[in-house]
Design a protein around this ligand. Structure first.
Ligand code: TEU
Length: 575
């Protein structure tokens, strides 16, 4: 095992290098009024819990007015809170409560598209010459085709939620573009009025006191205006438009303009994170280099696609640890000099990490805490998704009727009815990867519906709630919550966790994940056994002062061996 070179201290590291963010999916967090849907008062009631966990920032998935075809990622009014969640007054109370506890609140900004019920789209679709017609992507049917005819879509792009990315609007005879559901028309960022309206709205929220934005698919906003056809994958129905809208021609101009119009000159300490499917390391460096004034950090997707088979998301083949080590190593070193990583394994779109990458039956505590340790010890800003701190697991959905997520449901019908696949097989792949795994209500206690609601929850509670819940976890001597607390404290207290240079060790070992973090003469070594078997460590690798471990004896005893899913953080050199 070798040691890395010491890194020069950056002049003034940003506050968020030492911060941990917690994502709330409001629908499923806590319901105060018994309608089965989580709400703002529900969140307010849990602020002490979150403060106790020790997180610095709360990111709220969308709470704006929405018809909820995609659970709020289809916004019909950016300046209103949807009544199902509460109102602006309650939002103010939430913001105060967050600030009083020394935390910050980040809004979800969904501006690649709006809801089809947004006033802008209503106007835009009302006539060919409406002044807002050009606020969205309207196109005539393909040359030689009549509107509505098969193949008449202006490009062959498929939508992320099955079917074509174009829908005909019969009244005006044109198609509009939607990279997601037909109820989520894409805004045309080429139009300066659109950009000005978005910036004005962002400024409105910042003036209200929010502390930043998580920006939904923000690397999709600049499209190749010629909208060329994409490659149709083998066995696929639609073309892949991604090369023509991911990090498109003007993306950096738009983000720099947004920075000038919204963030520049504000004195508050804000945070911006762009969600960017398909972003490369080179692009990430451009997006997050502070000198370029675009974003603080991005969510990249490379590591959450490593267990996809050739057929994509629904073709699950399991994770090869070597692929993950290689990927994270590239991102850590790629953003070491300029830019910044965000670190996540879970969010509202990903299956539960303990089921996906760990062992959610025999070693649930050990594997959940191992992954937490690995993630939080990398260089970057860690994100925790609600329930992750309790080791919540995937859900044993029994039929397609148990799902609520439109991505899963649309895929089921397309795969069975159009592609003719076996329904049982399709169901078993959806069960593994569906976004609904992450969206079942937070399990607070062993009371009815896990203490989430007194009514009927909008999506059924995971049946394992009598044993897996916040009360039980915190009463246990093997509390996952407490392990997250320790990891957060370690980041707060340790400059080497925040800023230290990352150096991967034993890159080819099949089950050992080991690395060092080094800063000004101090070195931490992380060793983790990503398996359910004992692991003999390479000579000397387990020695050093133990700072953290996920075994109740604090990782005492044998320094030459790791037990199943054991992770240790060791101080191996001191300044
Ligand atoms: O997701 C963007 C995205 O590309 C994927 O994560 C997508 O949700 C899907 O899982 C791909 O298989 C963002 C939001 O996080 C997601 O919840 C929204 O549905 C989507 O944008 C549209 O706003």
């Amino acid at each position: 095992m070798s040691e890395a070179k010491t890194e020069p201290t950056p002049s003034e590291p940003a506050w968020w290098t030492g911060a941990v963010v917690y994502q709330i999916y409001p629908r499923s967090f806590a319901d105060s009024d018994g309608d089965g849907v989580g709400d703002l008062p529900g969140i307010i009631g849990k602020l002490d819990y979150l403060a106790e966990l020790g997180v610095d920032v709360l990111w709220l998935s969308p709470v704006y007015q929405s018809p909820h075809h995609d659970n709020g990622y289809d916004i019909s009014d950016y300046r209103l809170i949807d009544p199902v969640f509460g109102d602006l007054e309650q939002f103010g109370e939430l913001l105060d409560g967050v600030h009083r506890r020394g935390m910050k609140l980040v809004m979800d900004l969904v501006v690649n598209h709006t809801s089809h019920e947004h006033e802008w789209f209503r106007e835009s679709s009302s006539s060919l010459d409406n002044p807002k017609r050009d606020w969205y992507w309207w196109r005539d049917p393909r040359d030689g085709f009549a509107a509505g005819e098969q193949g008449a879509e202006p490009s062959n792009w498929g939508s992320a939620f099955s079917g074509p990315a174009w829908t005909l609007h019969p009244e005006t005879g044109q198609y509009y573009l939607h990279l997601f559901a037909p109820q989520q028309p894409d805004l045309n960022w080429e139009n300066p009025e659109v950009r000005a309206a978005v910036y004005e709205m962002m400024n409105w929220w910042l003036d209200l006191g929010v502390d930043g934005f998580r920006m939904d698919v923000i690397n999709y906003i600049s499209k190749d205006q010629t909208l060329p056809d994409g490659r149709v994958p083998a066995g696929g129905l639609w073309g892949d438009g991604a090369p023509h809208f991911i990090s498109g021609p003007r993306i950096h101009d738009y983000l720099q303009e947004m920075h000038r119009e919204v963030f520049a000159g504000r004195t508050a300490e804000l945070i911006t994170v762009g969600e960017m499917p398909g972003a490369t390391i080179e692009e990430a460096r451009l997006f997050t280099d502070p000198a370029r004034r675009e974003l603080d950090m991005i969510f990249q997707f490379e590591h959450v696609g490593l267990d996809y088979g050739p057929g994509g998301k629904w073709d699950y083949r399991g994770l090869n640890l070597g692929d993950l080590k290689a990927s994270w190593n590239r991102w850590q070193t790629g953003l070491a000099e300029a830019g910044w990583n965000s670190l996540y394994l879970n969010n509202h779109d990903q299956p539960r990490l303990v089921s996906r990458f760990g062992d959610d039956t025999r070693f649930r505590y050990e594997s959940a805490t191992l992954w937490a340790t690995l993630l939080h010890l990398h260089r970057g800003t860690p994100y925790i998704y609600q329930g992750e701190e309790l080791g919540m697991t995937n859900v044993p959905f029994s039929s397609i009727d148990d799902f609520r997520d439109l991505e899963s449901i649309n895929y089921f019908y397309e795969a069975t009815a159009v592609l003719g696949l076996d329904p049982e097989q399709v169901l078993s792949s959806i069960r593994v990867m569906s976004r609904d795994n992450a969206r079942t209500p937070v399990q607070w206690s062993d009371a009815t519906h896990a203490g989430f609601t007194t009514g009927e929850p909008w999506l059924s509670v995971n049946p394992n709630y009598p044993t897996i819940n916040a009360e039980a976890d915190r009463a246990s001597d093997r509390s996952i919550f407490r392990h997250y607390q320790r990891l957060i404290r370690l980041r707060h207290d340790s400059v080497v966790v925040r800023l230290g240079r990352f150096n991967l060790l034993e890159g080819n070992h099949p089950t050992l994940y080991a690395f060092t973090r080094t800063h000004e003469g101090e070195t931490l070594t992380v060793v983790a056994n990503v398996s359910g078997e004992n692991l003999i460590l390479p000579q000397g690798a387990g020695q050093g002062k133990r700072l953290l471990s996920n075994y109740p004896d604090g990782g005492a005893g044998d320094t030459g061996r790791l037990r199943p899913w054991e992770a240790r953080v060791l101080q191996t050199a001191r300044p």
